[in-house]
Design a protein around this ligand. Sequence first.
Ligand SMILES: [Fe+2]
Ligand SMILES: [Fe+2]
Length: 242
Amino acid sequence: MTTSDEWYTYYKANAEFQLEIPWKHGAEITEDEQNAIADSLAAWQLGETSDGLHLLAAAKNYAQRIKDPKYVDVIELFIKEEQRHGGDLGRFLDLAQIPRLQRNWGDTLFRKIRYAIPAMEIWTTPVIMVETLALVYYKAIQNATNSPVLKQLCQQILRDEVKHIRFQYERLAVIHKNRPACLRKLTYLIQYFFYYVPVILVWIGHHRALRAGGHSFKTYWRDAWVKMNFAWQRMKPERYQW
Ligand SMILES: [Fe+2]
Ligand SMILES: [Fe+2]
């Protein structure tokens, strides 16, 4: 189990060692590519953009309760990283003259769920699901374009999100550790059924972009479940030494 100190060191180092994004090339996105992915990318950019205040409040509360003050510092770095994703995607949208979105149904729904109850578990669970789908999504975007800037930007985000997913499943393992076995089974069952919602909604909202990236509904569905299963395996507290 990675400690908060270790996560802090990781996020600090990761902020320094960024892939070089060739911004000077311009967007270099073709009209066809833009038709397929522009709306979707603008929606995803909005989703990556948040002030993080709800999360920070929940994290402060939680860290105090479990006596791990460093966790708050880690969350601050995590928020910065997500803001970098939103910022860089926004920069790309501007470069390609794709209008930014102010509102989007998917983003609104995702926020409502995250903010419903200011508890770490209620925040972490939907986030790990969406980050899992982000792996499928950004990989597809990478395949859907020849723009060097967008390809490299996706590469950086993918690299970051892999660690975010680990950050979340380890946290859920901590949260679930002392839950009785039967309640934990129930938790996994609820998660399993709940996961259908973002998987279906992301396909509804982004199928054009996903198809442009080489997916059919079938391959998307399979990929989405394989990746979430990976996280579910590692969410189990018995995998870790305490
Ligand atoms: Fe992100
Ligand atoms: Fe993330």
